[in-house]
Design a protein around this ligand. Structure first.
Ligand SMILES: [Zn+2]
Length: 417
C-alpha cells in the first residue's frame, strides 16, 4: 500500500519533464569513437547538470580522455542514532551506447528520439538512457518533496559498460562503492526484478609443437591431437558442471563452449593441405551460473592442458584466463529486492516478475569486487537493446521512476521532516 508520505513524493514526479529528459539524453550521441577520442563526455555533462540543478554534490572523473564517470550523492542530514547503520542505495547506469549501424536502416534518424505509439525511438533510449533518467527523476522527486530519508542515494552513471567496463572498475577503484549497501542496476528489464546474472570467463590455450611436411609427420610434432584431447576433457568438465550445479530457473545451465579454434594460428602462415602446422589455438567461452567457482574451473582446465601435452616432451602450451566476470545472485528476501517488489505491486496491482540477466552488467563488478547486493531492474524491452529502431515504452518509464522512489524510501527509511 502506498502511504500518504510516499504519495507526496510520487506527486513530485513530473512526467513531461521525465519524457523530455529521456529525449534530450537520447539526442546526445554517446557512441565511443576511439579514432576521434569522442565518447560519453557530452552525455555525462548533461547528467551532471541535472544533478547540480537538484542540489546534489557531484563528481566528474575522467577514466580516460573523452570517457568520464558522473557520481552524485543525495545525503540528507540523519538523526545521530541512525548514523552507524546508515544505508546507501546506489542507482547505477551507463552513458555509452552501441553504434547505430547504418542510419538508413532506421525508420527515424537514430538519435532523433521520436515519439510514436507510446514509445521513444532512438539508439540508447532503451539501453539505457531511460533508466538513467528514471533514477535522476526519482532522486529529484525525493529531494524536492521535503521528505527526509534515513540514508543516502548515490547515482553512479559511468562510461564504457558496453566495452571493457572501465567506467565501473574505475568507480570501484576510486572508493565510491565502499559505503554502498545495495544497488539497483537500471538496465532495461521491462521492470522485472532480475536477481541473477550469468557470469562469463574466457580462456585461451595455445599448444606449440613442431611444424613439418604432411608426408613426414614424425619429423615434427602435431598439435591438433593434443588439442582434441583437451577439448574432449573440457566437454566432460562441462557435463560434470551441469550435474553438479542444477539449472537456474532464470539462467539455465552452465556451459563451456569452444568459440575459436585455429591451426595454423595467426601469424603461422597460410593453411596448406600438405603442411602440418606448428601450433593450435583455442578460445573457450565459459558461461557461469551462481554457485560455480571460476578459479576452480580454470585450474581444472589448466591441468587438462598439461595432461593433453604430457605425451610428448616437445609439446608446450600457454594457458591464459583472458577475462572473468562472476555470476551473481541476490536473495529474493533481501530488502533491496522486497522493496522493489512491493513497489511494483503497489503501482501496477500485479505480482512482481523475477528474472535473470543472460549477460553481465556493471552490477557484476560491484557484486564481485565489493559484495554489493544488486538487482537489475529498469524500463525497456529486454530484447531490443542494440537493435535497429531501438525503443522504450513511455508507460514503463513512468512506472520505473515511481518504483525507484518507493524502493528508495522503503529501503532507506523515510519520515516527514
Ligand atoms: Zn546497458
Amino acid at each position: 500500500m502506498i502511504t500518504p508520505l510516499e504519495q507526496t513524493v510520487l506527486d513530485c514526479i513530473n512526467d513531461d519533464e521525465l519524457i523530455g529528459w529521456v529525449q534530450a539524453l537520447t539526442r546526445i550521441p554517446s557512441v565511443w569513437k576511439p579514432e576521434l577520442g569522442i565518447g560519453e563526455e557530452a552525455a555525462a555533462r548533461w547528467v551532471q547538470a541535472r544533478c547540480q540543478e537538484m542540489g546534489l554534490s557531484t563528481a566528474f572523473e575522467f577514466v580516460q580522455p573523452g570517457r568520464p564517470n558522473v557520481i552524485a550523492v543525495y545525503s540528507p542530514p540523519v538523526p545521530p542514532q541512525l548514523g552507524r547503520e546508515r544505508k546507501r542505495l546506489m542507482f547505477e547506469g551507463h552513458t555509452d551506447v552501441v553504434t547505430e549501424g547504418d542510419p538508413s536502416k532506421w525508420t527515424d534518424p537514430p538519435f532523433s528520439a521520436t515519439i510514436r505509439n507510446g514509445r521513444i525511438y532512438g539508439r540508447g533510449a532503451n539501453d539505457m538512457k531511460a533508466g538513467v533518467c528514471c533514477a535522476l527523476m526519482a532522486t529529484k522527486a525525493i529531494a524536492q518533496s521535503g521528505v527526509r530519508l534515513d540514508g543516502d542515494i548515490l547515482l553512479g552513471i559511468v562510461c564504457d559498460e558496453e566495452g571493457r567496463m572501465i567506467g565501473i572498475k574505475h568507480f570501484v577503484e576510486q572508493g565510491w562503492a565502499d559505503q554502498v549497501t545495495a544497488c539497483i542496476v537500471c538496465e532495461p528489464e521491462e521492470n522485472h526484478l532480475c536477481i541473477e546474472q550469468k557470469g562469463v570467463m574466457w580462456v585461451k590455450l595455445l599448444i606449440r609443437g613442431v611444424m613439418s611436411h604432411g608426408a613426414m609427420p614424425l619429423t615434427g610434432v602435431n598439435t591438433a591431437y593434443p588439442m582434441a584431447r583437451f577439448l574432449t576433457m573440457a566437454q566432460a568438465l562441462e557435463e560434470r558442471e551441469i550435474v553438479r550445479h542444477p539449472a537456474s530457473p532464470f539462467l539455465g545451465r552452465p556451459s563451456i563452449t569452444p568459440t575459436i579454434l585455429m591451426s595454423p594460428v595467426r601469424g603461422g602462415g597460410e593453411p596448406q593441405n600438405n603442411v602440418m602446422p606448428g601450433a593450435t589455438e583455442c578460445t573457450l567461452d565459459i558461461r557461469l551460473i551462481p554457485g560455480q567457482d571460476p578459479d576452480w574451473i580454470a585450474t581444472q582446465l589448466e591441468k587438462m592442458a598439461a595432461a593433453a601435452c604430457a605425451i610428448d616432451p616437445r609439446l608446450s602450451y600457454d594457458f591464459q584466463v583472458i577475462e572473468v566476470r562472476h555470476a551473481t545472485r541476490t536473495d529474493r528476501e533481501h530488502p533491496v529486492v522486497t522493496t522493489l517488489a512491493s513497489a511494483f505491486t503497489d503501482l501496477t496491482g500485479q505480482a512482481p516478475i523475477y528474472g535473470g540477466v543472460p549477460g553481465s552488467t556493471d552490477g557484476t563488478i560491484l557484486n564481485a569486487r565489493k559484495g554489493i547486493p544488486i538487482v537489475t531492474c529498469g524500463p525497456g524491452d529486454i530484447y531490443i537493446p542494440h537493435h535497429i529502431d531501438e525503443w522504450v515504452s513511455i508507460d514503463e518509464i513512468k512506472t520505473a521512476a515511481r518504483m525507484y522512489v518507493l524502493a528508495a524510501m522503503r529501503y532507506l527509511g523515510a519520515s516527514a521532516r
